[in-house]
Design a protein around this ligand. Structure first.
Ligand code: UD1
Ligand code: UDP
Length: 381
């Protein structure tokens, strides 16, 4: 029987980390020819992930430019995808999450009348501008997709409320599959400072902050709160791998640069990041992916945002919304650093986002769609 040509399209770091184990799973399936097309919306941060997971793309649109706008990303992806889809003739296109690459990839598939599978479907904040532009991207992709791979039952219910019930699978999040391959007790960091940190004697806080809706005043408030936290707690070592966005680079240098016990470092390779997270004391972040990974590793998370589309770990008690106001973030941080009981209450491993088998379920659902096998069983937290 002819192999199904399944094309995964991604372009940013988080999509790559979450699609990498799926690309590998699809490649293991005899019935599938796994094709990988990257937009390279991120260049260095994408290449780093490809290297960690040993993935060589079949097609690379190479679209990134410094300080790119939402319109240029979308239009360059769309134009570039025309050629890729024509040359590679996929039977299905898989996109991930909520980036501009995700939206343009799904739209291009529709223009070419190729069915779309949406990985990490059904996340919602119901606020058009937060996260921006991600909330709108995922809603638009819902309209374009044929198959919906929801990490959680709540994500499935979100889609059901919008009338989307066909082709919906609860699979768990593929990021948990990725974590299973990267975190090791005997991991040795290649980033020097990470081997030198005293993880037992100090409180290592892992920080990331990059979201567009936080640019400007919120980012200033977040970074000022982080600086105050480090200054007020001599037992804290803060590690912040700074996103390559020039806006973020400038803010991080301005508000956190040259400070004692605040380590601004280059973005980390995914395996380094995951192992740092496994060893740190606390995570403070506006990242989506970190909110899913840290709970699985038993690390409390303070989310540097007003809302989250990932309420499952908040409900489980390991993630708290700290907001984007300086004083509130500072106080939430102090509470976890100074109150052992408050810390202990949040520092337990939970797995609301997956059991490490999401990619197997997605591959099985894709085959089922084409009449080649049974539907997968659903993931239950
Ligand atoms: C993008 C996604 C966001 C996701 C984030 C993950 C959109 C609109 N945004 O935001 O959903 O959470 O990625 O990190 O899709 N840059 C480099 N090298 C790199 C990567 C970025 O130099 O490897 C710089 C470039 O100047 C680039 C800028 O960062 O123009 C911003 O990148 P962009 O993809 O537009 O936005 P992100 O904020 O990274
Ligand atoms: N990550 C990484 N190196 C870093 C920072 C983040 O590998 O220096 C990983 C992180 O572990 C997670 C993903 O990148 O898997 C999250 O990406 P990001 O925060 O850029 O985007 P978001 O998840 O917010 O869309």
């Amino acid at each position: 029987m002819k192999k199904l040509r399944i094309m995964s399209v991604f372009g940013t770091r988080p999509e790559a980390i979450k699609m990498a184990p799926l690309v590998q799973e699809l490649a293991r399936r005899e019935e599938i020819c796994s094709i990988c097309c990257v937009t390279a919306q991120h260049r260095e941060m994408l290449d780093s992930v490809l290297q960690v997971f040993h993935i060589v793309p079949d097609w690379d649109l190479d679209i990134m430019t410094p300080r790119q706008t939402l319109s240029t990303i979308t239009s360059k992806c769309l134009t570039g995808m025309d050629q890729a889809v024509e040359a590679l003739s996929p039977d299905m296109i898989l996109v991930h999450g909520d980036t501009s690459t995700t939206f343009a990839g799904a739209l291009s598939a529709f223009y070419h009348k190729v069915p779309v599978g949406h990985v990490e479907a059904g996340l919602r904040t119901y606020d058009k501008y937060s996260p921006y532009p991600e909330e709108m991207n995922r809603k638009l992709v819902t309209s374009l997709a044929d198959l919906f791979f929801c990490p959680t039952e709540q994500n499935r219910d979100n889609l059901a409320r919008e009338g989307v019930t066909k082709g919906v699978y609860v699979t768990g999040n593929t990021v948990i599959d990725a974590l299973r391959t990267t975190v090791r007790e005997d991991f040795v960091f290649s980033t020097g400072i990470l081997n030198q940190l005293d993880y037992a004697g100090k409180k290592v806080i892992l920080v990331t902050c990059h979201r567009r809706e936080n640019y400007g005043a919120p980012m200033t408030a977040i970074m000022t709160a982080l600086r105050r936290l480090a200054e007020a707690h001599p037992d804290v070592e803060m590690v912040y791998p700074v996103h390559l966005s020039p806006v973020v680079q400038e803010a991080a240098k301005k508000y956190l640069g040259g400070r004692e016990r605040i380590h601004l470092i280059d973005p980390l390779a995914a395996d380094e990041m995951h192992n740092l997270m496994a060893r740190c004391h606390l995570v403070m972040t506006d990242s989506g992916g970190l909110q899913e990974e840290a709970p699985a590793l038993g690390k409390p998370v303070l989310v540097l945002r007003r809302e989250t589309e990932r309420p499952e770990a908040v409900k489980a008690g390991t993630v708290r919304l700290a907001g984007v106001e300086e004083q509130a973030i500072f106080q939430e941080g102090c509470r976890l650093l100074e109150d052992d009981a408050a810390y202990a209450a949040m520092a337990h491993a939970v797995n609301p986002y997956g059991d490490g088998s999401a990619c197997r379920r997605i591959a099985q659902a894709v085959l089922h769609h084409f009449g080649r096998g049974d539907a997968p069983e659903a993931f239950h937290a």
